[in-house]
Design a protein around this ligand. Structure first.
Ligand code: AMP
Ligand code: FE
Ligand code: FE
Ligand code: ZN
Length: 283
């Protein structure tokens, strides 16, 4: 068990559990400092801040952005930004708007494949949340077209499958710039999902200003962690860690805080946030 977890999703995006539940569960499991990192939104942070205050946990502002580096899908985690900034919130709104049209297109494609869904039902499942493929997966499961959320990704929604529709393109350099302009720092999320060439991609991201690498990710084995730590050291980048908890129960999932993130490295990450961001804590 780690004392810090800086990659967590809630019902504000594609997680299954509310921000309060995520915070309460993190506390019960021994986590002391954490970040909620919902996709394209800070909407869960007020509720999370109240829960963190009650539990005596420290909460760092976080969010996750999906960007495109050539053909690679690169996710970036932002921490310590000023979430009251209008330019930041306008930018996030623009990202969320792009997801709405994309969801309609995914539903059209699934209908062509013989799996009609009511798009209104997908938006209903998402509720107020940033809509994403996991909500479509849950709608497919509800209709009985698939046996699990994982199967929905494996057959229809995962990378390269028919329902993997692009979002409007977001360049990593633009995402990094927006986060920096709003007082935050940027960590490259789950580099292994970038593909075999993740080291070259991270060098490029570093040149554009990325600050760190998510080195201690949920199911990474010691050799993978060591490779990421060495890359971070070589490029002069900080190291973060997180479970990417969504509560979906997919095979590689880990519980909150169940990550190979040593206490000393958590402390180092937190002091990096304190020293390099405008807003090291959600107030
Ligand atoms: P989206 O933000 O709509 O592109 O959806 C991305 C989210 O879908 C990720 O944060 C994961 O929660 C989930 N996801 C993406 N690919 C897979 C996969 N192959 N298997 C299971 N879940 C996935
Ligand atoms: Fe997600
Ligand atoms: Fe991600
Ligand atoms: Zn995530």
């Amino acid at each position: 068990m780690a004392i810090g977890d800086f990659h967590l999703h809630s019902t504000a995006s594609d997680g299954v559990q509310t921000p309060s539940w995520v915070i309460g569960t993190a506390f019960a499991r021994g986590v002391q400092v954490l970040a909620l990192s919902d996709h394209d939104t800070t909407a869960g942070l007020d509720e999370a801040a109240a829960a963190a205050k009650e539990a005596g946990l420290r909460l760092i502002p976080g969010l996750e952005l999906s960007t495109d580096l050539g053909k690679a899908d690169v996710h970036l985690l932002a921490y310590g930004f000023d979430r009251t900034s209008k330019p930041l919130q306008d930018f996030l709104q623009w990202q969320r708007d792009g997801r709405i049209g994309r969801t309609r297109r995914i539903v059209e494609i699934l209908a062509e494949q013989g799996m009609p869904l009511d798009v209104a039902r997908v938006f209903e499942i998402a509720g107020e949340a940033t809509v994403g493929r996991p909500h479509v997966a849950r709608a497919l499961l509800e209709k009985g077209y698939v046996a699990s959320v994982q199967e929905a990704f494996d057959l229809w929604l995962g990378n390269g499958k028919p329902g993997d529709v692009d979002r409007p393109k977001l360049e990593p350099a633009d995402a990094i710039r927006v986060v920096h302009e709003n007082g935050g720092v940027v960590f490259v999320a789950h580099p292994v999902f970038i593909g075999e060439d993740y080291a070259a991609a991270i060098e490029q991201l570093r040149a554009w200003g990325a600050d760190g690498i998510e080195t201690y990710y949920k199911h990474y084995d010691p050799a993978t962690v060591a490779a990421h730590a060495a890359l971070a050291a070589r490029l002069g980048m900080a190291a973060s860690g997180g479970s990417d908890y969504h509560g979906l129960g997919n095979p590689d999932d880990r519980e909150i805080g169940d990550i190979p993130f040593p206490d000393e490295r958590v402390v180092e990450f937190v002091s990096f946030i304190e020293q390099n961001t405008a807003c090291p804590e959600v107030q």
